[in-house]
Design a protein around this ligand. Structure first.
Ligand code: SAH
Ligand code: SF4
Length: 474
C-alpha cells in the first residue's frame, strides 16, 4: 500500500490501557506508511494535567481513528460529540477514512447508534483486532463500503509483536493483562473488555528489557487488575504478579516500575515486602476503595469490607516507608444514604490518601447496578462530590507539605506550561520544568529542557495542592 505523504491521527479517550492501545494503533498505521500527527480532540476527558486542550486541526488527515471509553456516560457523550465534529472534515475531503474503536463499540446499542447517526464513519474495530487494521483499512478503501460488523476474534488469544509507536521515549506503558473477571456491579469493563487473560511473562520481560536498554526511566505495568496476573505458560502455572515484579527489577538500570490497577482483595504480603525492599518499584500504590460503607461495598460487589481495606492501608504504611496511596471513589451509587456517604468521608479521613480520583456514579447499560433504584437526587450527588473533593484537597495539601525541606529524586517530564485555575503564582514560564517523584507527585522547578527524560534531585521548598515546588540541587 502506498501511503507516502498520507497522514493519520488517533484520538484517545479514557484510561492508560486505551493510551497503550492507541500506541499500537499508531504503530500499525506508521508501519503502513502513514505519518502520525498529533490531534488532541479529547479536551477534558484525558488530559493528565487537568488542562483543557484545544481540539487539534485534523483537516489534513487521510485517516482519523477515535479510540473510545465506555466507563462513564460523560466519556461516551464526549466521543459522540467529537465524532459529530468529524463530519466537517469528511465534507471537505471525501476520501478521508474515519474509524472508531475501543470500549464503546463493544456494545451493540452503540454500534447501532453509529450506524444510524454517523453515516460518515467508515469502519469500527475492537481492541483485540488492532493487528487487523491494515486489512480493514484496505477493505474500506477498495470496497468503498462501511465496515461496521466486528469480526469475531478469539477473545482468549493475545496477539504479540504488534508494532508500537510510543508517546514517550522515557515513560512507557506495558500491558501485562487484559480484561476483568471481577464484575463490580456498576462497571462496564468486564462486559466490553472480556475475561481476564495475561501475557506470557517472557514477552513482558523482553519488552521491559528493551525499554530499559533504550533509556526508558519509568515503566507502568497495566491491567484492570494487575494483581491477578497469571503467566499463561502451562510449564510455569504458579508464576504470579509478584514473581513478575521480582524478575523485572532484576533487570539492570536506573528506572522505576509502576503498576496500575490493583484490586484491594488481591494484595499479597510478599508484594508489600518487595515494595519495601526495592527502590526500583515506585513508592506508590493506587488502591481504589470506591466507597466507605460496607452496605454499598457489598452492593458494588467489591468483595472486601471497610475494615479489611483500612487494615491493608495500615499494613502498607507500616511496611513501606513513605508510600503514597491514591484511590478511586464513586459517589451517588444507587441507594447511597447520607450515612453511607459519611462512611466514605470517614474512610478518606482515616486512610489519608495522597490523592483520589472521584467520580459521580454513572449508570451503565447491562450492569447489575443499572437495575438498582437510583433514588439519590442529582443535586445531592454533586453536593456530596464537592464535600468529598474539599476534604481530600485538605489532606492532599497536608501530605504535600510534608515534603517541604526534603530532597526528592525526580524524573523530568516536560516544560511546565500548565495553568491551574486561580493560582496566579503557577503562571506559565518557559524556564520551569515539570517532573514526577517515585510517589507520583508533580514537581515544578527551574531547569533547562535538556534535562527532560532524566532523573534530577529537587529540594522542595513548598508543597501545594497540585504539586511540589522546589529547586534542583546536586
Ligand atoms: N480496574 C480498575 C479501573 C476501572 S475503571 C479498578 O478496578 O480500579 C476506573 C474507575 O472508574 C473505577 O475505579 C471507578 O472508580 C470508576 N468507575 C467505573 N465504573 C463507573 C461508573 N459506572 N460510574 C462512575 N465511576 C465508575
Ligand atoms: Fe471494573 Fe471492578 Fe473490574 Fe475495576 S475491578 S475494571 S471497577 S469490574
Amino acid at each position: 500500500m502506498d501511503n507516502i505523504n498520507k497522514k493519520a491521527c488517533v484520538v484517545t479517550f479514557g484510561c492508560q490501557q486505551n493510551e497503550a492501545d492507541s500506541e499500537k494503533i499508531k504503530g500499525v498505521l506508521a508501519s503502513m506508511g502513514y505519518d502520525i500527527i498529533d490531534g488532541d480532540m479529547t479536551a477534558d476527558v484525558s488530559n493528565k494535567f487537568g488542562e483543557f486542550a484545544n481540539p487539534g486541526d485534523l483537516g489534513g488527515c487521510d485517516v482519523i481513528i477515535m479510540n473510545t471509553c465506555a466507563v462513564r456516560e460523560h466519556a461516551e457523550l464526549k466521543a459522540f460529540s467529537r465524532t459529530g465534529q468529524l463530519k466537517h472534515y469528511k465534507n471537505k475531503n471525501k476520501d478521508l477514512l474515519i474509524g472508531i474503536c475501543g470500549c464503546m463499540i463493544e456494545q451493540e446499542h452503540v454500534v447501532e447508534y453509529i450506524k444510524n447517526s454517523f453515516p460518515y464513519v467508515d469502519f469500527i474495530f475492537g481492541a483485540r483486532e488492532i493487528h487487523r487494521l491494515p486489512e480493514i483499512i484496505n477493505q474500506a478503501l477498495t470496497s468503498k463500503k462501511r465496515i461496521l460488523d466486528k469480526t469475531e476474534c478469539d477473545g482468549e488469544v493475545i496477539v504479540e509483536d504488534v508494532p508500537v509507536l510510543r508517546d514517550s521515549q522515557f515513560e512507557a506503558k506495558v500491558p501485562i493483562m487484559y480484561g476483568c473477571d471481577n464484575f463490580c456491579s456498576y462497571c462496564v469493563v468486564p462486559h466490553v473488555r472480556g475475561r481476564e487473560r495475561s501475557r506470557n511473562k517472557d514477552k513482558i520481560l523482553e519488552e521491559v528489557c528493551g525499554l530499559v536498554s533504550s533509556g526508558c526511566k519509568d515503566i507502568t505495568l497495566l491491567g484492570q487488575n494487575v494483581n491477578s496476573y497469571k503467566n499463561p505458560d502451562p510449564a510455569n502455572p504458579d508464576y504470579n504478579f509478584t514473581d513478575l515484579l521480582s524478575d523485572i527489577i532484576k533487570i539492570d538500570g536506573d528506572y522505576w516500575v509502576r503498576f496500575i490497577t490493583s484490586h484491594p482483595k488481591d494484595v499479597p504480603d510478599r508484594l508489600i515486602t518487595l515494595m519495601n525492599e526495592n527502590k526500583k518499584l515506585a513508592n506508590h500504590f493506587h488502591l481504589p476503595v470506591q466507597a466507605g460503607s460496607d452496605r454499598i461495598l457489598k452492593l458494588m460487589n467489591r468483595k472486601y469490607t471497610r475494615e479489611y481495606y483500612l487494615d491493608l492501608v495500615e499494613k502498607l504504611r507500616k511496611n513501606v516507608e513513605d508510600i503514597a496511596i491514591t484511590s478511586d471513589i464513586i459517589v451517588g451509587f444507587p441507594s447511597e444514604t447520607d450515612e453511607d456517604f459519611e462512611d466514605t468521608l470517614d474512610i478518606i479521613e482515616k486512610a489519608q490518601f495522597d490523592n483520589i480520583f472521584p467520580f459521580i456514579y454513572s449508570k451503565r447499560k447491562n450492569t447489575p447496578a443499572a437495575e438498582m433504584e437510583d433514588i439519590v437526587p442529582r443535586k445531592e450527588k454533586t453536593d456530596r462530590f464537592e464535600r468529598l473533593v474539599k476534604l481530600q484537597n485538605e489532606i492532599s495539601v497536608k501530605k504535600n507539605k510534608t515534603y517541604e525541606g526534603r530532597t526528592v529524586k525526580t524524573l523530568v517530564e516536560s516544560v511546565y506550561k500548565k495553568l491551574y485555575g486561580g493560582d496566579k503564582a503557577d503562571k506559565s514560564d518557559g524556564g520551569y520544568l515539570a517532573g514526577r517523584t517515585s510517589t507520583h507527585k508533580l514537581v515544578i522547578f527551574r531547569g533547562g529542557i535538556d534535562l527532560i527524560g532524566s532523573f534530577v534531585n529537587v529540594k522542595i521548598n513548598e508543597g501545594r495542592l497540585h504539586g511540589l515546588y522546589g529547586e534542583i540541587c546536586n
